[in-house]
Design a protein around this ligand. Structure first.
Ligand code: GRF
Length: 194
C-alpha cells in the first residue's frame, strides 16, 4: 500500500470540517495525515483543534488586505506547506482568495468546500443567499481552487432541502452535516490515488 496522503489544511474559523477530516483519519476511513494546519486568524478554533490533536498549528498574519493575503504572507504559507511536504492543500473555512504564488506552487492540488450547489451562490454566506432567493434546495460543493471566486472544477456535491421555517442557522447546520460527510469522502479518493 502506498503512503498516506499528506494534507495541509487552511482555515479561518471554527474548524468543524477539519475535525471531520481528522476523525475520518482516526477512524481509518481516510488514509491520510494532517501535516500542518495554517490560519490567518490568530485565535481561530481550527488552530486549537489542531493542537489538541497533535497537529502542527501555524498562524500567518494576513497583512493589510481584507479579502486576499499580502504576497509575503502567501509566500510564508507556501514555505510552510512545502516544509511539511504537503501533497494536497485543503481549504476548510478559509476566508481569503488564493492567488499566486500559492496557486502556482500547488497546481490542481488545492481544494475547497463551499456551502452551496455551485455555480449557484458563490461568495460569502451562501446559505443566506439561498434563503433570500427562495431556493427549495441547498447543499455543498467540493471543488478545485482556481483564481476565481468558487469557480474551479467541481469534484462532488451533496444536496439538502430548504425547509419551511428555516433560519440561516438551521439551514447552515443542515448543510454542514453533509459537508462533514462529503469532504473526507472526496479526500479518500485522492488518498486512494484515483
Ligand atoms: C463551511 O460552511 C464551509 O463550507 C465554508 O466555511 C464554513 C467553514 O466551517 N467554506 P468550519 O470552520 O469548517 O466549521
Amino acid at each position: 500500500m502506498s503512503a498516506p496522503l499528506r494534507l495541509g489544511i487552511l482555515g479561518s474559523g471554527k474548524g468543524s470540517n477539519f475535525r471531520a477530516i481528522a476523525d475520518a483519519i482516526a477512524a481509518g476511513t481516510l488514509y491520510a495525515e494532517a501535516r500542518v494546519v495554517i490560519s490567518d486568524v490568530a485565535d481561530a478554533g481550527i488552530l486549537d483543534l489542531a493542537r489538541e490533536r497533535g497537529v502542527r498549528a501555524e498562524f500567518v498574519a494576513p497583512g493589510k488586505f481584507k479579502t486576499k493575503l499580502e504576497p509575503e504572507s502567501e509566500h510564508r504559507i507556501v514555505e510552510l506547506l512545502r516544509s511539511a511536504d504537503v501533497e494536497i492543500v485543503v481549504l476548510a473555512g478559509w476566508m481569503r482568495m488564493i492567488k499566486t504564488p500559492l496557486l502556482e506552487a500547488f497546481p490542481r492540488r488545492i481544494i475547497n468546500i463551499h456551502p452551496s450547489l455551485l455555480p449557484k451562490f458563490p461568495g460569502l454566506a451562501a446559505w443566506e443567499q439561498a434563503l433570500a432567493a427562495g431556493a427549495s434546495e441547498a447543499g455543498c460543493t467540493v471543488h478545485y481552487v482556481d483564481a476565481g471566486m468558487d469557480t474551479g472544477e467541481i469534484l462532488a456535491q451533496a444536496r439538502v432541502p430548504v425547509l419551511p421555517g428555516d433560519t440561516s442557522a438551521t439551514l447552515h447546520a443542515r448543510i454542514q452535516v453533509e459537508e462533514h460527510r462529503l469532504y473526507p469522502e472526496v479526500l479518500a479518493r485522492f488518498a486512494r490515488r484515483e
